[in-house]
Write a protein that binds this ligand. Structure first.
Ligand code: ADP
Length: 554
């Protein structure tokens, strides 16, 4: 695109896009919308107006602890009302919210707290023992504020002050003069596992969060509005819960928060009792919920849109939910680096019923603000013709341009983010991801999509989960290893699975190495952990059955 030199300036007001304006609006205009938090055996409720008052009290309390300017306030919390209060209070007071993953390995956790220089950590009492393990390595942390019941003796001996959340805010004023910011200032940050080395920090601006929240609400986003209730299963410590909390505040969508009760039974009960209309979570959560609902049906009919993303959603899962439980799954793609919403699969005009499936199994259309291109291995641009494959690169107002105080030149090229995701884009903009570049199986001169094999395997009625990774092979360089979890009460053998696959993929792609496992290992955010499977194979820790490979290689 060319730039015009002396361009006429607009007459528009220059009003910063800020979290403070979302807080002011959401907690007043939509003051009667609610946030409902699971307590395991019931729920507790608060209105957005209550949350606004408590967020102001929290902001006053944090000021009292000395939080000023752009200091980082960490949260080590599940999805609950207090976490939402922190989401509002911290950026709106001008500080930076840093969401910490409660399932991270201690070393990584210590690294990111230290790297971001968090001065205060707000922590759920139930998560305190893990946090306590790492705080000795985090000298920047001066205060820990504990939410709910906790054994605070786990913090004994640490050089910091410990406060009970409710005591800390009790006597604070319930209004706060939310801070005027430069919209480009950081509002929140989140670390991603990164491709190599240490976790990498992404700092979202007030502007990027504001614009992203609008996209989340849009009709070709997650379609949030004031008559909806959204069940926020995707953790608030993972890619800002896909932007759902700020988006919900923006339009008055009530929120249902599962707290730490994420197993299928309490989730199904929460859906039945609180009747959310929209929900968002990674495929593994829905896979577990599907098995539960099949065995113990409950009323999930309130859900009109179930957004699934974070890793490829198996088409078999979508179909099973639709056919057996009447639930409509919407596939979406994103990354921590893209705030995260990049693409959403809303159907084009005139497409319905059976005709919709070829669209629905794609990752959907990239949104208007997320410019995109596909780049081939030789650096040339790949046409958007629905078949040519390349690496997806993106740029846009809610796509990060770098990592916080870190360098990863591999990830950024010419002002574009290299997503590391490989796929095709159709002429009408639908993205189909075939793999992550690090997971593509390079067999001879050809590429095998691990995702395609997984999706095909998971369509078998006896298969609960399946993960496919490339493993070294003398003749072909790499070949697929399929690790399969068999559904309870079912039996199936390798020959049957190979025959099933043979009807769906080219014969040279059929895995010859197979392992039956109890569970696919998962990352801290519930994705298939292929690193662990590769390592188990390398260590000889998998009981592998080997069949003849293509051209007779074994
Ligand atoms: P991590 O690298 O720790 O998984 P992210 O949560 O930021 O961190 O993951 C982003 C990645 O997740 C994307 O680059 C992509 O590989 C994968 N992903 C997200 N959504 C989808 C989807 N709908 N289909 C396939 N892959 C997806």
């Amino acid at each position: 695109m060319t730039r015009v030199e002396a361009q006429m300036r607009s007459t528009m007001q220059d009003v910063p896009l800020s979290i403070a304006s979302i807080v002011r609006y959401g907690t007043t205009v939509h003051g009667s919308s609610e946030v409902v938090t699971s307590t395991g055996d019931g729920v507790r409720r608060a209105t957005f107006a209550d949350v606004g008052r408590r967020a102001a009290q929290l902001a006053n309390a944090l000021r009292g602890l000395g939080v000023t300017g752009d200091q980082r306030v960490g949260t080590f919390m599940w999805n609950n009302q207090e976490h939402l209060e922190a989401y509002l209070a911290v950026p709106a007071m001008g500080a930076v919210l840093h969401t910490l993953n409660v399932r991270l390995f201690p070393d990584q956790l210590a690294y990111i707290i230290d790297h971001a220089e968090d001065v205060v950590v707000l922590a759920d009492g139930s998560a305190l023992p893990l946090l306590a393990k790492v705080l000795a390595q985090c000298p920047s942390v001066r205060h820990v504020v504990v939410n709910g019941a906790a054994d605070i003796s786990v913090l004994d001996g640490l050089d910091l002050l410990v406060h009970a959340w409710e005591d800390l805010i009790a006597d604070q004023p319930d209004t706060f003069d939310w801070v005027e910011v430069d919209e480009h200032d950081a509002a929140a940050m989140c670390y991603t596992s990164g491709t190599t080395g240490n976790p990498k920090g992404v700092a979202y601006s007030h502007r990027s969060i504001y614009l992203h929240s609008m996209q989340v609400c849009m009709g070709d986003g997650f379609t949030l509005n004031a008559r909806d209730t959204v069940l926020v299963v995707v953790p608030m410590f993972h890619a800002m819960a896909w932007g759902l909390p700020y988006a919900a505040m923006m339009v008055g969508t009530s929120m249902v928060m599962p707290d730490r009760f994420l197993t299928p039974e309490p989730l199904a009960q929460l859906i039945e009792s609180q009747r959310p209309t929209i929900a968002g979570a990674v495929p593994t959560i829905w896979t577990a919920l599907l098995a539960h609902l099949d065995a113990q049906p409950s009323d999930v009919s309130s859900l009109r849109n179930v957004v699934v993303g974070g890793s490829a959603c198996p088409p078999a899962l979508m179909k099973a939910f639709e056919e057996r439980h009447g639930l409509h799954i919407i596939h979406a793609w994103g990354m921590t680096e893209t705030s995260p919403l990049g693409s959403v699969c809303q159907l084009p005009r005139g497409v319905d019923g059976e005709e919709a499936w070829p669209y629905r199994i794609t990752q959907g259309r990239l949104t208007c603000a997320v410019q995109h291109r596909l780049v081939g291995p030789d650096g040339s641009f790949v046409p958007h013709d629905g078949t040519s494959v390349g690496e997806l690169q993106v740029r846009g107002p809610w796509v990060t341009a770098s990592y916080y105080h870190d360098d990863d030149p591999e990830k950024f090229h010419d002002g574009w983010l290299r997503t590391g995701d490989v796929g095709s884009i159709s002429a009408d903009g639908f993205l189909t991801l075939t793999d992550r570049s690090k997971d593509v199986i390079k067999s001879g001169g050809e590429w095998i999509s691990s995702v395609e094999l997984e999706n095909a395997l998971m369509a078998h009625p006896a298969v609960a989960e399946a993960s496919v990774v490339g493993v070294p092979d003398e003749r072909w360089g790499e070949r697929p290893l399929a690790s399969v979890v068999v559904r309870e009460g079912e039996t199936v053998d390798v020959e049957q699975l190979r025959a099933f696959l043979a009807e769906r993929v080219a014969s040279w792609q059929l895995p010859e190495r197979w392992a039956f496992i109890d569970e696919v290992p998962k990352t801290s955010v519930g994705k298939f952990d292929k690193k662990v499977l590769r390592k188990r194979y390398a260590d000889g820790a998998l009981a592998v059955q080997t069949m003849a490979g293509p051209g007779g290689s074994g």
